[in-house]
Design a protein around this ligand. Structure first.
Ligand SMILES: Nc1ncnc2c1ncn2[C@@H]1O[C@H](COP(=O)(O)OP(=O)(O)OP(=O)(O)O)[C@@H](O)[C@H]1O
Length: 211
């Protein structure tokens, strides 16, 4: 069953056509990957399907048209561009802040994710002092925290070491087994091969199926 559909999606910014007639269908329960070189349009496509930018054409998620004017067009776990972290807070406090927006999130989930990503060892350290990889792991933890049916990750392996990538792959498989649908933009081909159930290629602002 189609969960997400982009139909003739296009975007022009400052007279540059950045997305051209993007068409794609992603079924519920897939781990869909968007592969493409830097600047090909992966992040813009993710933003379009989340309703974070306005586009022409049509985007539907679970049968509903996505509109940018809605405050939270789609309930999803999101890691997009640099993780949106509060530098003056600890890792736990960043996750607690997010958890306040959703009463379904329990504090045990926060601790489990921090322990899983080896961040529980720094309970007092502010994010400002974190390494890039630690920030990335915390951003990933934020995306998984709500256990949402849709999880969107933009370049999740950035700055991660080999072990952390292994943990990320495992977590994706665990949440996928529980029913989550993923959309993941990545130029890390080995990682894509490990997780993808549907591979899409992004090239010069448009999507094609990868074979
Ligand atoms: N707000 C904006 N204003 C102008 N141009 C933009 C804007 N956002 C993106 N672009 C341009 O759109 C193109 C696609 O950008 P996008 O961020 O989607 O690429 P990407 O495939 O995610 O690249 P990367 O792998 O480097 O993250 C790039 O040429 C970029 O310069």
């Amino acid at each position: 069953m189609t969960f997400i559909e982009l139909h003739q999606v296009a975007k022009v910014i400052k007279h540059r056509q950045l997305l051209h007639q993007v068409n794609a269908k992603i079924d519920r329960g897939n781990i869909a990957t968007l592969e493409g070189i830097n600047g090909s349009g992966k992040t813009l496509i993710l933003k379009a399907l989340l309703g974070l930018i306005s586009v022409t054409g049509n985007v539907t998620v679970a049968g509903k048209t996505v509109r940018t004017q809605d405050a939270y067009p789609i309930k999803a776990g999101i890691l997009i561009e640099n993780p949106s972290l509060i530098e003056d807070f600890t890792a736990a406090k960043n996750l607690e802040l997010l958890a306040r927006l959703d009463p379904n999130i329990q504090s045990s989930q926060i601790q489990d994710l921090l322990t899983y990503f080896d961040l529980a060892r720094f309970p007092k350290q502010k994010v400002r002092k974190f390494s890039l990889g630690m920030k990335q792991k915390l951003g990933i933890a934020e995306a998984f925290l709500g256990g949402y049916p849709l999880i969107v990750l933009d370049e999740p392996t950035n700055a991660l070491d080999h072990d952390a990538i292994g943990k990320l792959v495992q977590l994706i498989h665990d949440y996928h087994a529980k029913g989550a649908t993923f959309i993941i933009a990545s130029h890390d081909h080995d990682f894509v091969e490990e997780v993808a159930t549907q591979k899409l290629l992004v090239k010069e602002g448009t999507i094609s199926d990868a074979h």
